[in-house]
Ligand binder design. Structure first.
Ligand SMILES: Nc1nc2c(ncn2[C@@H]2O[C@H](COP(=O)(O)OP(=O)(O)OP(=O)(O)O)[C@@H](O)[C@H]2O)c(=O)[nH]1
Ligand SMILES: [Mg+2]
Length: 362
């Protein structure tokens, strides 16, 4: 029911009533001069202001958030004109090395501006996966056509993903034509990246089945392209074999929603073999998706899902930091643990505390 109501608010009729319009506008523009300056810089491709705006997005301070949200509002109409690519694969498969090779090829051969972002919820400890192995992206890091941003430090995957998505929109407004988003390949972060990109690339190693590589079937199903990486030296033959095997396995999967049939290629980030073919394939995908209208539809669907993700995440945050909830949570939790009340009863009590804290006894 809740989702239904929000969907109604989102659809045109409801939004176009006067009262609703005013609310949206009041939330929207505050005319913060700092926001304007940042946005203007971003639209002119200023990397320093782009970096600073992303830092504001990542900040938890309300005054920073206010500026960041206004920068986003101004930049949003200029976003969306890029090819958004998610790259995943288990640790060590060669994601960073691939991004270095692929990104450098795109800036040099296609003269594209390339932005590299990451979703890595574990990066709170390692200070950012990309930053951690910057040596593997030395060439790209020094490339004036490339912009590399490590994964934001965040408490939750949802938070990190939201920040990355917003950073992606700012990069697009700054004129980056290809956005590469790296993720760690072992869990929920794939789903988050899949929810914000047009094309999902899974890197695998030659010579090991996906179960051996710790790749879940669900992730294989999300892939638009599987690239068997490190197809060089002695592994060339193995990679060719793996390609045939995966091709066969992909035939068994149901067709994708947009009508695309996932492909398998081999590549090597060391020799550069396979890189032009990968770009060609992604370009074919993009033109097909544009022609059929799938790209537009898919992005709208992603934006809608994102809205609900944000609502859920913020509701949970508010719920958990609510004073009445906080002071009763432990007790209710232990009552449920000891079987004195049902989980459903406990949830209802907590939700009531959240709704009307003053009306209920402690
Ligand atoms: N032979 C060969 N080695 C490669 C290739 N790509 C990467 N490597 C090597 O594989 C190792 C891991 O590469 P990374 O790019 O750090 O892998 P990653 O997937 O980013 O790893 P995490 O960030 O830890 O998840 C490095 O020692 C690379 O030199 C390749 O195409 N061929
Ligand atoms: Mg890496």
């Amino acid at each position: 029911m809740f989702q239904g109501l929000l969907e109604r608010i989102l659809t045109t009729d409801f939004v176009s009533t006067d009262g609703q319009k005013k609310t949206t506008e009041r939330l929207r523009r505050r005319d913060l001069p700092e926001a304007k300056a940042h946005a203007e810089g971003i639209l002119q491709g200023d990397r320093i202001l782009l970096s600073r705006a992303i830092t504001l997005i990542e900040s938890t301070r309300p005054e920073h958030q206010a500026i960041a949200q206004e920068v986003l509002e101004i930049c949003l109409p200029h976003a969306g004109r890029s090819t958004r690519i998610g790259i995943t694969g288990t640790p060590g498969v060669g994601k960073s090395t691939f991004i270095e090779a692929f990104g450098s090829w795109l800036t040099a051969r296609q003269e594209h501006k390339v932005a590299v972002l990451a979703i890595d919820p574990t990066s709170r400890l390692s200070k950012g996966s990309i930053l951690g192995d910057k040596t593997r992206m030395e060439r790209l890091a020094a490339d004036p056509r490339a912009f590399i941003r490590p994964s934001p430090a965040g408490e939750s995957l949802g938070g990190v993903a939201a920040r990355t998505r917003e950073a992606m929109l700012l990069c697009e407004a700054a004129g980056y034509e290809v956005i590469l988003i790296e993720t760690v390949g072992v869990g929920q972060s794939e789903v988050a990246v899949h929810g914000m990109v047009d094309f999902f690339l899974l890197l695998l190693l030659p010579g090991a089945g996906d179960e051996l590589q710790g790749i879940k079937r669900g992730i294989v199903e999300m892939a638009d392209l599987i690239a068997i990486n490190k197809a060089d030296g002695e592994r060339r033959e193995l990679a060719r074999y793996a390609r045939r095997e995966y091709n066969r396995a992909l035939q068994l999967l149901p067709p994708k929603l947009g009508g695309w049939k996932p492909k398998v290629l081999t590549c090597s980030s060391l020799t550069g073999d396979g890189i032009p073919e990968i770009w060609q394939l992604i370009s074919d995908y993009m033109s097909q998706a544009q022609q059929t209208g799938w790209l537009e539809l898919h992005r709208r669907q992603q934006a809608k899902n994102w809205l609900f993700d944000l609502v859920k995440e913020r509701l949970e945050l508010r719920f958990m930091s609510h004073p009445a909830v906080q002071s009763n949570l432990q007790q209710i939790e232990s009552e449920v643990l000891e079987g004195r009340i049902s989980a459903s009863h406990g949830a209802e009590v907590l939700l009531r505390l959240f709704d009307t804290p003053e009306a209920l006894p402690r």
